[in-house]
Design a protein around this ligand. Structure first.
Ligand code: ATP
Ligand code: MG
Length: 364
């Protein structure tokens, strides 16, 4: 049997006040995976990370690290390191002393401490500021010091809780790439928490989408983006068009749904059942424009309210037959020959098998 680097079995957290923060969380992570946790504020991301780190008691369930039950192991005895959003760099210490600190606590020998610290300073290109103090560092340098402190202890698993939240957009982009390269180079398992969906999708080998203390979906970026399995994921991730209605056929692979904007067909997801309230989900990327005689496509038309050109991307707000407004984000080249002036009629179509039909939230 191969052991996972990290395994959560039905992990649940109820805070002393009674808040159910995380419920029956199951997760298996392979060595060297980069995992992103994403979800709205309060959905339990930090709580989960803190339980993995040992900073928060686990109410029920079990936590395994490399096959060893860590459920009741103290934080300092776990092979994990944590980097928080407001990484506290000790102001009275130099960069080098900050990095050495975790090794001193672990009572390594002086020569080991020097060796490991120098290696990590080289790796993260902090040589020029090794003797500086926090106040003279840039945002990106501070971020790298925080990373160095986490990495110098050679954790099996590095836990990062919105570590880039304090950085401006350009620096954030640059450090995202650095971080991902570093992770591949060191082959350390990363669990990275963010509430920015683009960051989660861009960084993670796999993405865990959380909602109200529960896992909604776990999968690779493309999977989460193009094949959402729940209404929550369809609304939270990606650029999906959504049509609510009643499911009228739910046998076989392709089902049907009747909506105020027409009858559509699509792949059936999960427990989609006849007569239930349903949701048709279509990624914007799969929409084509104009009239078509193709078979096995859904069609819908509307009137352009606004077409907003942002370099090669166009965002179209379309007023549909029933008065609902929908938003389509597409590539400018796909709109060749279409009249996008306000008020003009725009025809849209997409393949049955590029869209999906799932139970909507209103089934309770
Ligand atoms: N120490 C605590 N005591 C009681 N309740 C808490 C505590 N910490 C968090 N909670 C509650 O647990 C739930 C999950 O919180 P958590 O901090 O894990 O969310 P999060 O996903 O990290 O949110 P954010 O994106 O805002 O950081 C919330 O309802 C929160 O109010
Ligand atoms: Mg949090």
């Amino acid at each position: 049997m191969t052991d996972f680097d990290l395994e959560l079995k039905q992990i649940t957290k109820i805070y002393p006040g009674g808040t159910l923060a995380v419920e029956a969380f199951d997760l298996q992570v392979e060595k060297g995976e980069f995992l992103s946790f994403v979800g709205p504020s309060g959905c339990g991301k930090t709580t989960t990370l803190r339980m993995i780190a040992g900073l928060e008691d686990i109410t029920s369930g079990e936590l395994y690290i490399r096959g060893v039950n860590n459920t009741h192991i103290k934080a300092e005895q776990r092979p994990t390191a944590t980097i928080f959003q407001n990484y506290a760099i000790y102001p009275h210490m130099t960069v080098r002393q900050n990095i050495e600190f975790g090794l001193k606590i672990r009572k390594l020998s002086g020569s080991e401490i020097r060796q490991k610290t120098s290696n990590i300073i080289d790796l993260l290109d902090l040589g020029s500021v090794a003797d500086a103090r926090e106040t003279s560092l840039s945002g990106g340098q501070r971020q790298r010091v925080a990373l160095a402190r986490g990495l110098v202890t050679e954790p099996e698993i590095l836990l990062l809780d919105e570590p880039l939240g304090a950085l401006d957009a350009n620096l954030r982009r640059a450090i995202q790439d650095e971080l991902k390269l570093l992770q591949k180079q060191l082959n350390i398992t990363f669990v990275f928490v963010t509430h920015a969906q683009s960051e989660a999708l861009g960084m993670g080998d796999r993405i865990v989408v959380m909602n109200s203390g529960r896992v909604e979906q776990i999968g690779a970026s493309e999977d989460i983006y193009f094949n959402p399995q729940t209404p929550f994921v369809a609304r939270f991730i990606g650029k999906n068009l959504l049509f609510e209605g009643a499911i009228t056929s739910a046998s076989g692979k392709i089902g049907a749904i009747k909506t105020p904007n027409g009858q559509f067909k699509g792949r059936l997801i999960g427990n989609a059942a006849n007569n239930a309230s349903g949701l048709m989900v279509v990624p914007s990327e799969y929409i084509s424009f104009g009239k078509t005689s193709k078979k096995d496509v859904n069609t819908v038309k509307g009137n352009v309210e606004l077409a907003n050109f942002i370099s090669n991307t166009v965002i179209i707000y379309l007023r549909l037959a029933n008065g609902e407004r929908t938003k389509i984000e597409t590539h400018v080249a796909k709109l060749d020959g279409q009249d996008l002036n306000t008020g003009s009629e725009l025809n849209c179509y997409w393949d049955f098998n590029k869209s999906s039909i799932m139970l909507s939230e209103s089934n309770g």
